[in-house]
Write a protein that binds this ligand. Sequence first.
Ligand SMILES: Nc1ncnc2c1ncn2[C@@H]1O[C@H](COP(=O)(O)OP(=O)(O)OP(=O)(O)O)[C@@H](O)[C@H]1O
Length: 826
Amino acid sequence: MDSISLTLKKYDVHTLESVPCLYGMANKEFNNQVTSSSAVSAHTVASVIVAVVEGRGLARGEVGMASIDLKNPEVILSQFADSTTYAKVVTKLKILTPLEIIMSNTACDAGNTTKLFSLIREHFKNVTFTTVQRKYFNETKGLEYIEQLCASEFSTIFMEVQSKYYCLAAAAALLKYVEFIQNSVYAPKSLKVRFQGSEKTAMIDSSSAQNLELVINNRDSRNGHTLFGILNYTKTPGGSRRLRSNILEPLVDAETINMRLDCVQELLQDEELFFGLQAVISKFLDTEQLLSVLVQIPKQDTVKTAESKITNIIYLKHTLELVEPLKAALRSCNTPLLKAYCNSLEDTRFQIILEKITTVINDDTRYTKGCLSMRTQKCYAVKPNINEFLDIARRTYTEIVDDIAGMITQLAEKYNLPLKTSFSSTRGFFIQMNVDCSTLPNGQLPSEFTKITKMKNTYSFTSADLIKMNERCQESLREIYHMTYLIVCKLLNEIYEHIHCLYKLSDIVSMLDMLLSFAHACTLSDYVRPEFTDTLAIKQGWHPILEKIAMEKPVSNNTYLTEGKNFVIITGPNMSGKSTYLKQIALCQIMAQIGSYVPAEYCSFRIAKQIFTRVGMDDDIETNASTFMKEMKEITYIIQNANEKSLIIIDELGRGTSAEEGIGICYAACEYLLNLKAFTLFATHFLELCHIDALYPNVENYHFEVQHMRSSAGNKEKIAYTYILSKGCTEEKNYGLKAAEVSSLPLSVILDAKEITNHIAKQILHRQQSTPEMMKQRAVYHLAMRLVQTARNSRLDPDSLRIYLKGLKKKYEASCPVPRQNNEQQ
Ligand SMILES: Nc1ncnc2c1ncn2[C@@H]1O[C@H](COP(=O)(O)OP(=O)(O)OP(=O)(O)O)[C@@H](O)[C@H]1O
């Protein structure tokens, strides 16, 4: 691949040592019966390579993507038309968390970069970027590649992608590149290829995913205070990867979600099924990773690749031996999905492969803890009498190992020291002694011992003879691995044609792992099964992450949005719980749409096709955007993309600019969104917005209640937060100052602030009352408000009331664009 501008780095999936995340992870999982945190880290190590290409000329904006996970032999293709902000590309890439992105060199020709190229670079600063010549983005080659490599059971993909030139072009560049850097080729008909349209999943843009802390906590990337963290009780890396991708792209098909929920319900009701399944699932290794190595044929044979293939065959045997126990655990289940999984496991290919393996591999060969015992397993994996030279080499190896043990025993007797034989993958065999050196003659070890290291009271060392014996041991091991490898390769050739049933198995295992994880989360907190209707109704819902952080159940609240009341304005003092409540609703919606139970007493959701949020007000230093510009970008994105199937969460829009302009922006944004049938929750400090309910019958006002208490000294008033949501707009005034009082702001600054606030308020009041124009405007406004009240009381027909009020509003706006001082208007 001559013209690839290479920074050649090899993501070695053939070797065990160089990529600890690949096999090391799996080993650890297996050995330690896997903790959820280890499963988390399984996906945090990036291993996805993505090729991106954009159409040219009239097709600009049409983007094709192809990705492959080095730990999972699945090629995902997608093609879509994107907006000028390329929000879809960025979101998709953020979900994939790539290790490397490949683009055409024409995207950055002679310093002229395309907008897509610049944007991707800007968003993915820590990701390796590689440009390849445009000719490698060749759709014909892409189709050829897919025809050649796609496993027959996924061949319906041809129908889907035949005319999707950009994703095919991206696939061509991707597969050529991956084979090149991996120094291997994919076995024919070995890959799973999938087209991922956006219609089957809900869209959550990357900044919403961040705002909601779905998989990354904004403050601390290590802790589990994310939605992923609270739901992740998975036992396998595949399960944890599946959970993560589901959270970022929830389902939109109620039938599929309900099928998952049926499973969770059955797991919760049948303890035996739950524990039985969990016990089997936790024994699985990273099946996708296993497949990934199995389908790659190294271009060069090295000791490492040989060793890796032997390990793989042991893993494969182990995995297939778990199929029967898994079937047995599922046999008694009743829900359609679990039954379907059980039937899928009836696939005869599992047995065929296992039988073929056991003709060559010893029955008692299995993965064991510790590198020496695993080395022994690999050494004796192949049955005796298959290759007599192998048998001889193994005898030699055993003799050397025995000699080493004997030599160390002799040394122990000679020096009268408690010497032990130890082994590590880096040192080979070495000697260890657990004794304080000061008790030795002269306080020193005998001069025969070299390379001495000390850890607490444990000495590790070797000797010249031991080094030589280690070399002999290595030599015979190399021979053994080489001969075993040849036998294993022959075996693999025989089983390749059946290997695709492993795709099915890895799918089943990861799905069961995720469903078990949901059930596990339910047992720790009182979640409830969601329903799917046209209404968003949550009875006594609470924030699932806050529950985990606070270690006690947060105050719960109700939520109710329907087509006729689809816009909720939430007000309340600082710290009263607005942001928490908004995020809680979005999190509950996502939990429901991935098939999880939800933290509430009862809940019903309208399936959301997109979830948008505008939360927080941090400057984005990376992209050099000010608070205000960031707000504007986010709200523009929502306005451009929201529709009647969206859930929109907006928290404190317009805080990045002056109050008047902020109110103006909020008002205009609300009016725009009010014309959509989306479910919108809008938290604000601009109390002027509360009056919008007079003009739009679909608006409902809610506020967070606070209580006022006198301090023990009796001279200071304190706010007590109830976190209880009630109907109507907040009555609280100057709560910013009250919040400042409880902060550590110096008293003198607070007193100054109070004085200045009073002064400004008086000035505004004076100005408003003094000019005739202002007095007129105020009179019109008061009249409007009174009319609204009268109309409401007399139960006028809502439509004619609305038309009448709109006219009135226009009149009012013409004379006074924005009501200035809320307190006055009230
Ligand atoms: N329902 C609840 N139950 C218990 N504690 C809560 C609840 N809601 C919020 N809190 C606590 O109150 C704190 C402040 O809440 P939150 O940030 O949601 O307030 P806010 O009204 O959005 O404030 P601001 O207007 O200043 O942004 C949270 O960090 C949380 O610890």
